[in-house]
Design a protein around this ligand. Structure first.
Ligand SMILES: Nc1nc2c(ncn2[C@@H]2O[C@H](COP(=O)(O)OP(=O)(O)OP(=O)(O)O)[C@@H](O)[C@H]2O)c(=O)[nH]1
Length: 636
């Protein structure tokens, strides 16, 4: 074997074919004793970085070490690089397969109710928040995920979302003079404080959990029992679901209104609804559990104050959702990373294990330590035994077999949650999660929806849409389907805009006052926590960056320091790589969506210190969430 090849140009597959490496160890017979010692210690060093789960074989490591004269760093970098190339090729092949499977006409792929194009689809409950024709739907965000990783060709045509987008383009720009501003901000603040004393506070709640844990059934049943959806609507869903041979999904259909969701029996997109308990009003976000739709789940969780994690208590099912590959862990970590501090764990399907207390306790004892480790304070986590299908312990307790349980029902627990302090005095920030041609009973025209993350927005106000140079005026505002003069931090609002072309509005656009704009940046530094990684993060690592409803390709361009997890003190400067469980300071550079594109990619982003909800980011790669963190500094 030659030791003159440049390690960077080595190809592992070629090496595997090399007859010189037919049997382990044999190739190194002619090594001196000193070389054997070097090889052995270098091999141990490489192993300590790659970990025991690595698919890279000892033979491959030895070969690269030999060629690099036992350079551990060079060997690790080379091996990881080769591995990433192989994985990218594999993912590309899979993505191609997926693209082939999904290349049906737009109508068949529609992920929204089949309403007239561009109009607001009817929703299942009177109070439902508009679920409108989106610019970018769930499949397009899944595609964007793949495109971002350069795994799919750009999808500028032939998707349902582009059809919706072209309809939006036809919405004429409303140039009528905007309504006058009616109230001074100080007056609104006074009014809000007054109303806080007399009205129920609003909390947004996301429902997450492994696929098929029973999330949609559970929340459908809760809404029905609270009288938010009519018996008639439930009966209709029961009849229709039975007709399709999916009778057990009747309650889930309250949320899973899309044709594809009903056919497949899985939630694809997030859906919003509202309900009230004795002391609170909730905006409910039902998120998909399937791993393919995690980008949608992230978009939903980014808008939430609190979460219900539904786990399937039936035999073996909890374990399937919790162990490797299940979404229970990932969802819990994601919601915590996105700022959720209070978690209600609904241990569902206990009817399937005869309402066993032992099973409930066993699930609690497996999950609790993991949740604590993921950053949830034990006092902020509660476990509630439930049976979503029969409605047991949701609003009331009726099953005698749950006699052993003396705690709260699910709804009582939700009612007892704390309401976070809202950043009413901070500059207005509305990250857009939907752009559509609104057509409600009260208003119509170009509209966007999203959560008011901070500040106050009122009718007549001029807002800029970032990134870009455009601004428009707020023509009307809707909250829970009703016209309102203003909307404050913490609520999900629909904003009807005039004087702006839909071209300048996208999912991920941030609306803010022109005199207090969000910085628009192409790179930033962040403090991150590294999750369960297959391979360590090295400088130049390609990722998909998630910020609210936006996901965008980026590169972790440098690793600045490893930090102590508790104190945040620097323990190592300029590390070679970041492994699972480490905390670190990194530098992130956004990439153009397609390789070779010359346009600089930018996003509106703020440091966590400036605005907590605008300063959280998540990093995914190859369909896995690999890290989460907070923005330290933005670099324009
Ligand atoms: N035995 C039993 N089955 C239930 C219960 N709750 C839900 N299911 C069933 O579990 C299946 C999945 O329910 P869904 O509500 O669609 O689950 P989901 O978590 O919303 O699914 P995704 O959103 O697609 O991840 C359906 O067949 C339900 O009827 C329960 O309490 N007991």
């Amino acid at each position: 074997m030659s030791r003159h090849r440049i390690v960077k140009n080595l190809d592992l597959d070629d090496e595997m074919d090399d007859q010189a490496f037919d049997s382990e160890g044999e190739d190194y017979d002619d090594m001196t004793e000193e070389q054997q010692v070097q090889m052995s210690s270098a091999l141990t060093a490489v192993h300590s970085v790659l970990g025991s789960a690595t698919p890279i074989t000892d033979r491959e490591i030895r070969s690269a070490l030999w060629d690099s004269y036992f350079d551990v760093d060079g060997t690790v970098a080379f091996l990881l690089d080769e591995l990433h190339k192989k994985e990218a090729a594999k993912a590309k092949a899979e993505a191609k397969k997926l693209a082939r499977q999904t290349s049906q006409p737009p109508s068949a792929r529609s992920t929204r109710p089949s309403t007239p194009a561009g109009s607001k689809p009817s929703t299942s409950t009177a109070k439902a928040v508009p679920k409108a024709t989106p610019l970018a739907g769930p499949v397009s965000s899944l595609r964007a995920d793949l495109e971002g990783m350069n795994l799919l060709p750009s999808s500028s045509s032939s998707t349902a979302s582009s059809a919706a987008a072209s309809e939006l383009m036809e919405v004429p720009v409303d140039n009528s003079p905007p309504p006058a501003i009616a109230m001074a901000k100080e007056k609104i603040l006074e009014e809000v404080k007054e109303r806080e004393r007399s009205e129920k506070p609003v909390l947004s709640l996301v429902v997450v959990g492994h696929v098929d844990a029973g999330k949609s059934t559970l929340m459908g049943r809760v809404l029905h029992e609270l009288g938010e959806i009519s018996d008639r609507s439930v009966e209709q869903n029961q009849r229709q679901s039975q007709k399709m041979g999916k009778g057990s999904f009747a309650y889930a259909w309250t949320f899973d209104a899309l044709e594809e969701e009903r056919e497949r029996g899985v939630t694809i997109d997030i859906s919003l609804d509202t309900f009230s308990t004795s002391t609170k009003r909730f905006t409910l976000i039902d998120a998909p559990g399937h791993r393919d739709f995690i980008p949608n789940m992230i978009s939903g969780a980014a808008q939430a104050d609190t979460a219900v994690l539904v786990v399937d208590g039936s035999s073996g099912a909890f374990e399937r959702g919790f162990e490797g590959g299940g979404q229970t862990r990932e969802h819990a970590v994601l919601v915590r990373s996105l700022g959720v501090q209070q978690l209600v764990v609904a241990v569902n399907k206990l009817d399937a294990v005869n309402w066993s207390q032992t099973r409930f306790e066993s699930i609690r004892s497996q999950l609790q330590p993991f949740l604590t480790q993921s950053g949830f304070q034990p006092t902020k986590v509660s476990f509630i035994p439930v049976g979503a299908m029969s409605g047991e312990n949701l609003v009331e307790r009726r099953e005698l077999s749950l006699d052993w349980y003396e705690g709260r029902t699910l709804v009582e627990q939700l009612d007892s949650l704390d309401v976070p302090t809202r950043a009413l005095d901070a500059p207005l920030r509305i990250p857009v999660s939907n752009v559509f041609k609104g057509q409600s009973a009260t208003a119509s025209g170009l509209a966007v929806s999203g959560r008011v993350e901070s500040g106050i927005v009122q009718v007549g106000e001029r807002l800029c849409a970032l990134p870009g140079d455009e601004s428009g005026a707020v023509r009307a505002l809707e909250v829970d389907g009703e016209l309102v003069p203003y909307a404050v931090a913490g609520v999900n609002a629909t904003v009807f805009l005039s004087g702006i072309d839909p071209l300048h509005l996208n999912v991920g656009t941030v609306l803010c006052p022109p005199h207090q704009p969000v910085p628009v940046v192409s790179s930033f530094t962040a403090q991150i926590m590294v999750f369960d990684l297959k391979y360590p993060i090295t400088a130049g690592y390609a990722v998909e960056l998630f910020h609210h409803s936006r996901d965008i390709p980026a590169t972790i361009s440098s690793l600045d320091a490893v930090l102590d997890k508790t104190s945040g003190a620097v323990t190592k400067k300029n590390p070679r790589m970041l492994t699972k469980g480490s905390s670190a300071r990194i530098h992130v550079q956004l990439r153009p969506p397609t390789s070779g594109a010359s346009r600089r990619t930018t996003i509106p982003l703020e440091s966590f210190a400036a605005n907590k909800s605008m300063g959280r980011v998540l990093f995914r790669r190859g369909g896995e969430t690999i890290a989460a963190g907070i923005v330290l500094d933005v670099i324009s």
